[in-house]
Design a protein around this ligand. Sequence first.
Ligand SMILES: O=C(O)C1=C[C@@H](OP(=O)(O)O)[C@@H](O)[C@H](O)C1
Ligand SMILES: C=C(OP(=O)(O)O)C(=O)O
Length: 423
Amino acid sequence: MGRAKLTILPPGKPLSGRAVPPGSKSITNRALLLAGLARGASRLTGALRSDDTRYMAEALRAMGVKVEEPDPTTFVVTGTGRLLPPSGPLFLGNAGTATRFLTAAVASVDGTVVVDGDEHMRKRPIGPLVAALKSLGLDVEAPTGCPPVTVRGNGHFASGRVEIDAGLSSQYVSALLMAAPLAPQGANAPVTVALAGAEIGARGYVDLTLAAMQAFGAKVEQVDAATWKVEPTGYEAADFVIEPDASAATYLWAAEVLTGGAIDLGVPNEAFTQPDAKAYDVISKFPHLPAEIDGSQMQDAVPTLAVLAAFNETPVRFTGIANLRVKECDRVRALSLGLNAIREGLATEEGDDLIVASDPSLAGQTLPAAINTFADHRIAMSFALAGLKIHGITILDPDCVAKTFPDYWDVLASLGVSYTDIE
Ligand SMILES: O=C(O)C1=C[C@@H](OP(=O)(O)O)[C@@H](O)[C@H](O)C1
Ligand SMILES: C=C(OP(=O)(O)O)C(=O)O
């Protein structure tokens, strides 16, 4: 069991020192899956070890893949080129990547696989992905439109053309793309994956998917901005280096500008290939953040930016964030509740937009507030930033950071932050 709460003591000085973010969750879970689908041994270095990657690794083990952990940032994954039926449901906690990616990949298993998660994951939509898999003739069902999903496979993925509505999650597209090389070789090859409906937010995650697939030997042709053709090649084992997590980096970049410090992340901001690295340019404008921030292409950075906006010189409206309502929690609501707990009127929801009123005079005040994190790591990590400047910020369920950044509190401590009232 994690701790119930932790109160942050504002450091009263610039945060400085070296703090390297952990490996990317998104890239680690892609690489684990693709290595697990390949034949032979793959060495993944710079990897994230956290709840989300543990769920992916355990699921692969349950399907006959050997996953070794020789040191805290390396996985050695040995696959046979196919996944075996697990003896029970795959439990994936609240890991969206693991849940969505495996739902498509396990259609290549010869047998029945149940993909399930915790009570939060059981509220996160997967209907569009299930509909897309069914349209390929695969036997998949999710009666509630959310996990659990039952997949009855016959030993390979399906050929043909599949359309996917990715309005709620880009992970559906990534899931189909990564499963596509597992289609049977023959008549209808290659598999065509096409976007239907609205443009996807977070398109950069699809680029991460394509890069990882190519590293493990897949052949993908981008036909146009919304269509990909994937050859049924299967995957080849590969050694793969995982870059640090850009979403985790946003907390350190924000801590730097909020306290006027200098934090060495060990990696230049322009070296990241993940979508959230776009937040760097926005964060570096603080305390003159733009009046409107479109969060659609850097969604996981929005909690960081919203808490930072509370200390900005002028108000900020966040747009393009409707699908933050179906992340680990309803993040638009959680941000609004947390900011208003600090000071009534600090945030307003307008439709799916979030408006942060901004008040630079918050810094230095004592404003006791218990932040309900709704078990969401990003709500915990972003409100910790408020605690760097305001006395009395208490983070409830602080250990939910284990989803993607288990050492978060220790990393802040190593930069000079301390805590009281830990229970
Ligand atoms: O593909 C990925 O690795 C991710 C895609 C995004 O989710 P959605 O595609 O559901 O918006 C992001 O929020 C999530 O943390 C990771
Ligand atoms: C949305 C997130 O995670 P996931 O969808 O992978 O559970 C996140 O890490 O902010």
